[in-house]
Design a binder for this molecule. Sequence first.
Ligand SMILES: NC(=O)c1ccc[n+]([C@@H]2O[C@H](COP(=O)([O-])OP(=O)(O)OC[C@H]3O[C@@H](n4cnc5c(N)ncnc54)[C@H](OP(=O)(O)O)[C@@H]3O)[C@@H](O)[C@H]2O)c1
Length: 272
Amino acid sequence: MNTRISILGLGAMGRALASAFVEAGHEVTVWNRTPGKAGDLVGRGAREARSVAEAVRAAEVTVVCLLNDASVRETLAPIVAELEGRTLVNLTSGSAEQARELAVWLEGYGVRLLAGGIMAVPPTVGTEGAFILYSGARELFERLAPVLAPIGRPQWVGEDQGFAALYDMAALSGMYGMSAGTDHAVSLVHASGGDVERFKREVLQPWMEQMLVFMVAGADVSETVPEEFNAAMQATGLETMIATSEEAGVHAELAGHLRASLWRMRRAVAMN
Ligand SMILES: NC(=O)c1ccc[n+]([C@@H]2O[C@H](COP(=O)([O-])OP(=O)(O)OC[C@H]3O[C@@H](n4cnc5c(N)ncnc54)[C@H](OP(=O)(O)O)[C@@H]3O)[C@@H](O)[C@H]2O)c1
């Protein structure tokens, strides 16, 4: 199915999205605030619009991928009255509340909006593992899903326009938490004179792979810790990890995630 798609924003992500749509055979128009960022897209068949209005008018579906919510507002505000009856897909990261407010603002101008969260990085856009979260009207999602599939597997997460953003940020929070842990791990090895690359390859990678499924399954909001986790043992282990950090002189800030886990285990012990 060949659809006329416009992309607003040609940063690293916008270019990757445009490229995947071109590759899939869609008729692509691109626009960027700073001209000259289309790279090889034009040579591959995309058209570069000179204004936002021109880009939106050229498309059946406009995909917005700018820096943040403020840049989306700034870009759309001057032409919002011309958007009546148009369909927009916003793949710009933002908070859940920003997504809801944007939807209300645009719907007031007769715009149909699907809010999205990209669970991919530019090199993985359009590859097998990539998926994109969408929230908004289910019927709109179902109509657009085949058109949007080339950038990543479309996954609808609810009518509430804020949910794609919420799940996106929550998933990133999990990733940054793991990053804090892996940064801390290599800092410990480095500070103690160990071979960081070897540690990463032979210990950290296989260990994280083995534990990932348990980390995700065990993620919990309750104040209790399941019995099999043995909170008292975990608390002792966390105290040892913090002591190891102090011995190695690794910044206490990096060990913040350990202190947070220790606090949770101590609270669980106190409640048992
Ligand atoms: N890159 C990733 O790994 C990744 C992954 C998932 C989601 N995302 C999300 O995708 C979005 C774009 O990311 P990116 O990697 O493409 O960022 P980027 O490379 O920094 O590009 C930012 C884009 O936003 C435009 N922009 C910034 N301020 C603007 C304004 N006030 N008015 C109009 N345009 C403005 C820039 O235009 P100029 O060229 O004119 O500055 C550029 O096109 C972000 O919301 C990001 O969180 C990115």
